[in-house]
Ligand binder design. Sequence first.
Ligand SMILES: NC(=O)c1ccc[n+]([C@@H]2O[C@H](COP(=O)([O-])OP(=O)(O)OC[C@H]3O[C@@H](n4cnc5c(N)ncnc54)[C@H](OP(=O)(O)O)[C@@H]3O)[C@@H](O)[C@H]2O)c1
Length: 303
Amino acid sequence: MNLIKTRILIFGCNGLLGQALVKYYSKRKDVELHLASIEDAFVGNHQFTYTKVDITKRNEVKRLIMDFVPDYIINAAAYTDVDGCEVNRELAWNVNVNGVKYIVEGCRIVDATLVQLSSDFIFDGLNGPYHENDKPNPISYYGRTKFASENEIKIGGIPYLIIRSNVIYGSQKGVKKDFVEWVVENLSQRKKINVVTDQINNPTYVEDLVNGIALAIDKKKNGIYNIGGLELLSRYNFACKIADVFELDGGLINPILTEQLNQKAKRPLKGGLIILKAQTELGYKPHTIKENLFDLKIKLGLF
Ligand SMILES: NC(=O)c1ccc[n+]([C@@H]2O[C@H](COP(=O)([O-])OP(=O)(O)OC[C@H]3O[C@@H](n4cnc5c(N)ncnc54)[C@H](OP(=O)(O)O)[C@@H]3O)[C@@H](O)[C@H]2O)c1
């Protein structure tokens, strides 16, 4: 008997989350996968059909969606450089808002559900962690584009899942360094690092995030879900945990305040996401930071 497979199209398959999604779905026999990103080819080893697509090109986006006719589209493509978004505003809006709008148009034509990634940067960070129904008030241009993309989806007349996450970490090929890698690399070379004590989040291991997304899809959910890590802590305390697990010198981590960094984009300070809805409705079970860091240490071959 032929198994009817769920057809999933992933935009942004070469990014940190995109690659982890491909790894997960490559093990699912009930899923037919098609990959897309802006580069010439998929960076991983898996043998999936791939199309080079710039999501700011409406025709490319719609043509692929109409050719593949997915049941679900997971959009992991975005311009994610928070300080870059502050200066390259047109590009940021094009990728993070217009790109999403074109995907929404495609979803409407083929009746696909859109799974869009969003962020706790849509909030101002005055009183996090945040529930799904708290009022957004972005303080950076990146945050504004992520919030605007949520709105494009909400008014788009399509079934959707908006998955909000924060401080994603994990190991993938050729992506920009995440926080864990940055800490490990610097401390391994015995370099001092400045880490802020006043930014609070619940960092999310990319594999936990993928499990959360897959649960929401499998349970045919719609709406907004926060998929974050289990523990809420400052970036400084996160760095200390990393030093501990990777057996590096935590004394090299210098505690500072966000304002001392003079970054182009403002950061929400009391950020983070309350994950109770995902835990109760999806059965989402993230691991502890310690468990995830040990897993990452093995994957990076550092054990
Ligand atoms: N990382 C975090 O801490 C975090 C936290 C909360 C939410 N999120 C959200 O989660 C999603 C995935 O994030 P991530 O960390 O996996 O990001 P990432 O590693 O930066 O991956 C994003 C991918 O999108 C690609 N891309 C950029 N512009 C494109 C375009 N015009 N057309 C097609 N592809 C394009 C990028 O290619 P290039 O690298 O070649 O530009 C990259 O491969 C994003 O929506 C992000 O906003 C991330």
